[in-house]
Design a protein. Structure first.
Length: 213
């Protein structure tokens, strides 16, 4: 079976805060039995992922897997444009550093900026379905937040519920609920998956693939 994966950094191996090697990721596990093509972008929004369908749709997959949402919904102190401005040179990076030290938590709680609005998030979810008509799109839900994550990013729990409901509404029976992921499946940064988390998602995907087959 040919499987196309679109994701943010959650489907990728990583070194910190805990190590996950490529062989431990769910794309690698799927690749043992299927032909897998993967596009994953760290800090990628659903718009970034959808832009790549222009190329990857020519892979003509039997199944598409979409893991997106946490980058889009997280309450942030700065817009993407502002983040770009701060990255322009040494001086703007210094300005951002100063703001992060003095006011980041306050700005995040006051501004609560989402890089993708719920309306836009739903729009791009629907665009995925239009790009891959008659092809099952398995949408992986955003991982459940913990108390510490809510303290770090006030409002994240409500946002995750809202964006997961959009995924469920658009993708229906192909939505993967991750609310029962074990505690050791989520890293200490509260949103990336450990090796155990990847195995959990892999097993969920296999259940869906079996029902589709």
């Amino acid at each position: 079976m040919k499987i196309q994966i679109f994701s943010d950094s959650l489907a990728l191996p990583r070194e910190i805060p805990q190590k996950v090697y490529y062989e431990e990721t769910y794309p690698a596990m799927l690749a043992k039995e299927h032909i897998v093509v993967q596009f994953s972008k760290g800090a990628g929004t659903i718009k970034d992922l959808y832009a790549q369908t222009f190329y990857y749709k020519m892979f003509c997959p039997d199944i598409v897997i979409l893991q997106s949402g946490i980058v889009d919904c997280t309450p942030r102190p700065f817009t993407q444009f502002e983040e770009h401005f701060f990255s322009l040179n040494y001086f703007t990076r210094k300005i951002k550093g100063l703001l992060k030290i003095l006011t980041k938590s306050w700005l995040r709680s006051i501004r609560k900026i989402a890089w993708t609005s719920p309306k836009k998030f739903k729009f791009f979810c629907e665009q995925f379905k239009k790009t891959y008509p008659n092809i099952p799109i398995i949408a992986i839900g955003i991982l459940p937040p913990c108390v510490e994550y809510e303290k770090q990013a006030k409002g994240i729990s409500k946002r995750i519920l809202e964006y997961n409901n959009i995924l469920l509404d658009v993708f229906g029976e192909y939505y993967i609920d991750t609310s029962d992921i074990p505690n050791n499946g989520i890293m200490s940064d509260h949103h990336h998956m450990t090796a155990s988390g990847h195995l959990f998602v892999y097993n969920k995907i296999i259940e869906h693939i079996s029902s589709i087959s």
